[in-house]
Design a protein. Structure first.
Length: 202
């Protein structure tokens, strides 16, 4: 799989509507005169906060590992289909891949197959899997619903999650910080995880 091109930080900030083209141009002029990194200059000019820059750099670094980019690279989604899912996400929230499934662009099986084939994530069918109710309490229902995941096992300091999108590093990082445990992931379908959330967080 060819690596996705990394966008310049300025372009990412414009796409996220955090800065304008004019503000970026001003920062580039300052960079030309004084040197330094564009991101740092934008913070110095108070166009964005350091937190917004850090978040955008994180996205920039992990772009090639985003699920939607993987599906694009594999030819399982077209750019037009992805754009359609993005519009739906902007109005309804939720995961892009879930919207792609709802729109009929890909199936849950396609999604699982892509992640197993490309990244070797082990697949777990949750329907017949019994989860310890105490284990579920380690992750709040809000987080489980937001990221379509559920804790399934804990051995020592390693917490294993079933995730619909195991490429979502921000979700893993958040749970790692919240539980102070190392995180590993299995892949399960959105349907299986939603059913498990309904069962164990009832």
């Amino acid at each position: 799989m060819k690596k996705a091109r990394t966008k310049p930080i300025g372009q990412i900030l414009i796409e996220k509507k955090l800065i304008t083209q004019e503000q970026l141009q001003k920062a580039l002029e300052v960079q030309l005169q004084e040197g330094g990194l564009v991101g740092q200059i934008l913070v110095k000019l108070q166009f964005v906060t350091r937190e917004q820059i850090e978040e955008s750099i994180y996205e920039q670094t992990h772009r090639a590992q985003k699920l939607e980019n993987v599906l694009l690279e594999m030819g399982m989604l077209t750019q037009e289909q992805l754009d359609e899912a993005v519009k739906l996400q902007e109005t309804k929230g939720g995961a892009l891949s879930q919207h792609s499934i709802d729109l009929g662009h890909i199936s849950e099986e396609d999604l699982v197959s892509a992640l197993v084939t490309q990244f070797g994530f082990p697949y777990l069918e949750l329907e017949n899997y019994e989860i310890d109710a105490e284990l579920v309490k380690l992750v709040s229902k809000d987080i489980a619903v937001k990221y379509s995941l559920i804790p399934i096992d804990k051995i020592g300091n390693i917490l294993t999650l079933a995730m619909a999108d195991p490429l979502n590093t921000s979700a893993k990082d958040q749970i790692k910080k919240m539980t102070e445990l190392d995180v590993e992931a299995f892949i399960s379908t959105f349907s299986d995880i939603n059913n498990a959330i309904a069962k164990y967080y009832a």
